[in-house]
Design a protein around this ligand. Structure first.
Ligand code: GZL
Length: 307
């Protein structure tokens, strides 16, 4: 179902295109731009009229975009909330206007789950756990202290909160695995480099970097090399996302472990929209399938990576 049937007063019905309003976080990372491409291409494929807004990572821009979608009386609204909190008012306005809302990629902390129909995205806590499990395995034969620095994602965002939670849940039982510094790099290469420079200045002996996304890790690699250290050897690097540049760095031995976070859920999102508009029951939460990659596995997978 790619159109909605509207009946005019005279009783004639016309099939008009489904109008889908989508508010995207921004274009802060390779993951994000791949996600945008997936959504735009699959909306076109589905024959939807997509109204797309890039919020430049600002919540007020997303709220403005959602209000404009409501004004335009779109059929369905989708968005990836840049941070978890502060959405109840605008989501209530969409609900009062009778427009279904689908959350993608990141979630909200609204206790009223009737404010959105469904969530489609990754399990970020699990991603953090996978990162922690690899680290525990790497150091299972030693009791010496392992100094970890952490580049967090955007403050207040679901992936930053959950990837930190998952990682800490796993390493907390190993006293020698210590997070000695942790700060947001806002998911960007520039900020990741800047914060890693600061980490290197104030910590003489860093063994591991845990970066909440590849872009910050790639920025950090520049800082590590500028400090005369070897990323992947002097400082082991664990990262999340799995964009092509991340796989490239891993195949050069500069990133040791990649936890995949899949941005290509565009087709699944369009199917969900069709189901929602056809009045079908949809699960409250659909988690995307994702893997992990060591250096060897990254070398093998690199030629087939799509984004
Ligand atoms: C995760 C997504 C995160 C990516 C970052 O689903 O929200 O935002 O990990 C992106 O690269 O900026």
């Amino acid at each position: 179902k790619t159109t909605t049937t509207t009946t005019t007063d005279s009783g004639t019905t016309t099939d008009k295109k489904i109008v889908f309003g989508f508010s995207q976080v921004g274009a802060e990372s390779g993951w994000r731009t791949a996600n945008t491409t997936s959504i735009q291409e699959s909306a076109k494929e589905a024959g939807f009229d997509l109204k797309f807004s890039d919020a430049q990572q600002k919540q007020e821009n997303q709220i403005k975009a959602i209000r404009s979608f409501i004004q335009q009386k779109v059929d369905v609204i989708g968005f990836s909330p840049v941070v978890e909190s502060g959405w109840d008012t605008v989501l209530k306005e969409a609900k009062d206007a009778g427009i279904p809302v689908i959350l993608t990629d990141r979630s909200v902390d609204s206790t009223d789950t009737s404010l959105y129909v469904t969530f489609l995205g990754s399990d970020f806590v699990l991603e953090g756990e996978k990162a922690g499990e690899w680290l525990v395995d790497q150091y299972k034969d030693t009791t010496e202290q392992v100094n970890i620095v952490e580049l967090q994602g955007t403050t207040g965002s679901a992936p930053a909160i959950d990837r930190k939670e998952g990682f800490e849940k796993i390493i907390k039982d190993h006293d020698n695995l210590k997070i000695i510094a942790s700060q947001t790099g806002d998911f960007t290469r520039a900020k990741g480099k800047e914060v890693m420079q600061a980490f290197l200045k104030s910590n003489k002996d860093i063994d591991v970097l845990y970066a909440h996304n590849d872009d910050m890790a790639l920025g950090a690699i520049q800082a590590i090399e500028a400090a005369g250290l070897k990323p992947g050897e002097d400082i082991k690097i664990i990262t999340v996302d799995g964009i092509k540049d991340g796989f490239q760095a891993a195949s050069e031995g500069k990133i040791n472990f990649i936890v995949e976070c899949n941005p290509l859920f565009g087709p699944q999102l369009m199917d969900t929209i069709k189901d929602v508009l056809a009045g079908k029951e949809v699960p409250k939460r659909t988690v995307t399938e994702e893997g992990t990659f060591t250096i060897e596995q990254a070398k093998e997978a690199l030629p087939n990576r799509k984004y």
